[in-house]
Write a protein that binds this ligand. Structure first.
Ligand code: CMC
Length: 390
């Protein structure tokens, strides 16, 4: 009989020391081929193409193809994507009924979050695994989101539903459903440009949230529901609504100085300024500023643009050297207002566009997945004796 002692168990593997990075500002958690940001220089590219060229020359559908396929489409490829999207514009009758049952005073982002989630109930592929199934779901989500938003708006305004029109592109179709009439080419192009500019932006908070959800191998509808909820916050997508509320509150150009100086003295945030990544002018805001001036002039809203310009000048003076510049939300507020979109729908417009970026990121995540699970630093007590309390 052997008397040898059993070998000592192998030591448990030690995890590498965790790094404390509050807000994850300096942590890279995923690869992406979709958008590149150089925050110091104020550069944004989608698949290597600068955002300004895309805003001037591309369309939202072409941009979606670019983001999802990491190349520009041929005409045949673009036509195929457009036709696939159009065939998915319509939503099930049950969704119209659900909209009809929603309170008319519901916050639109609450309605959108609920409706995006509900889409899963009527998609037989909702839980289908695999990249191809996820791509089909992505197409449905991008195609149906405008129908959800426009018809929620019609419901809360006491108007009849308007069904999507498959002969229109996404921007035209959205304005068609929203207003019940075909928009002018200039209005549709204005919205199309906003959709291009908002489509993707690295690992922003809502995209990160979507990736966290899909990385658990949950479904794309769950990931998009997470993303819509995350976008809603005023530090993220909700800022564009806050900008318009601020412009309305100020009211006229002669009140701008007093209002902004007061906010700065009280050390309050000025919505539409500052960015986690950009410490130079947000390149989306550069384009939107020019565009907002044009559309404000065309629609008799120049007052809004002039107020915005004065706010920008005051904030830039006060924050000189601190890397605080207008972000995408600042001039998109004036632009959406001039397109006839109500203030509390602005964040839904952001979601309408970003749906393509969110879905693209989720598919990237699935192609090289690892559960996203950071750590928290425990700051509570230890070795506390358990006692029952009366
Ligand atoms: N107004 C006044 N001061 C500001 C602003 C602002 N909008 N943004 C940043 N600062 C100051 C901030 O108070 C801080 O000052 P100090 O060093 O004296 O404490 C300094 O600038 C650095 O700011 P931070 O809070 O460390 O920046 P952050 O990276 O944590 O936050 C932000 C970025 C976007 C949350 C913030 O700039 C902000 O709250 N902006 C207003 C909300 C907004 O416009 N959000 C939309 C972001 S762009 C669209 C999107 O991606 O969703």
């Amino acid at each position: 009989m052997s008397t040898a002692t059993p070998p000592a168990p192998a030591p448990a593997p030690t995890a590498p020391a965790a790094i404390y990075d509050k807000g994850l500002a300096n942590t890279i958690v995923a690869d992406t081929q979709m958008s590149f940001i150089d925050g110091g220089k104020g550069v944004l590219e989608y698949v290597g193409i600068d955002i300004d060229s895309l805003a001037r020359q591309s369309t939202y559908e072409e941009t979606v193809y670019l983001l999802w396929n990491t190349k520009l489409p041929s005409k045949a490829e673009l036509d195929a994507l457009k036709s696939a999207l159009r065939s998915e514009y319509e939503i099930p009758n049950e969704l119209y009924e659900m909209i009809r049952g929603m309170p008319r005073d519901a916050v639109p982002m609450h309605a959108l979050r609920t409706l995006v989630s509900a889409l899963a109930l009527y998609d037989s592929e909702a839980d289908a695994d695999g990249i191809e199934a996820s791509k089909r779901k992505a197409l449905r989500l991008v195609a149906k989101t405008p129908t959800l938003i426009a018809n929620f708006e019609r419901h809360r305004s006491g108007k009849d539903f308007v069904h999507p029109n498959k002969s229109f592109d996404i921007a035209t179709n959205f304005l068609w459903m929203l207003n019940g009439e075909k928009p002018t080419d200039a209005m549709a192009r204005g919205l199309d440009i906003c959709l291009i500019l908002h489509a993707d932006h690295g690992l922003n908070a809502s995209t990160f949230a979507a990736r966290v959800t899909i990385a658990t191998l949950s479904d794309l509808y769950s990931a998009m529901t997470t993303a819509v909820g995350t976008l809603k916050g005023p530090l993220h997508g909700g800022a564009n609504e806050e900008v318009m509320v601020m412009l309305d509150e100020i009211g006229s150009i002669d009140k701008v100085d007093e209002f902004i100086k007061g906010k700065l003295e009280r050390k309050e945030l000025i919505m539409g300024f500052g960015h986690r990544v950009y410490k130079a002018y947000d390149p989306r805001a550069t384009y939107l500023k020019t565009f907002a001036k044009q559309i404000a002039t065309d629609t008799g809203n120049l007052r809004l643009f002039e107020m915005s310009q004065r706010i920008e000048s005051l904030v830039l003076d006060a924050k000189a050297g601190k890397g605080i510049f207008p972000n995408v939300d600042f001039y998109s507020a004036t632009t959406y207002h001039c397109l006839g979109i109500k203030t509390d729908l602005f964040t839904c417009m952001f979601a309408l566009s970003r749906m393509s970026g969110w879905c693209g990121h989720c598919i990237e995540q699935l192609q090289d997945n690892r559960l996203i699970r950071p750590q928290a630093k425990y700051t509570g007590p230890h070795a506390v004796t358990y006692t029952t309390r009366s």
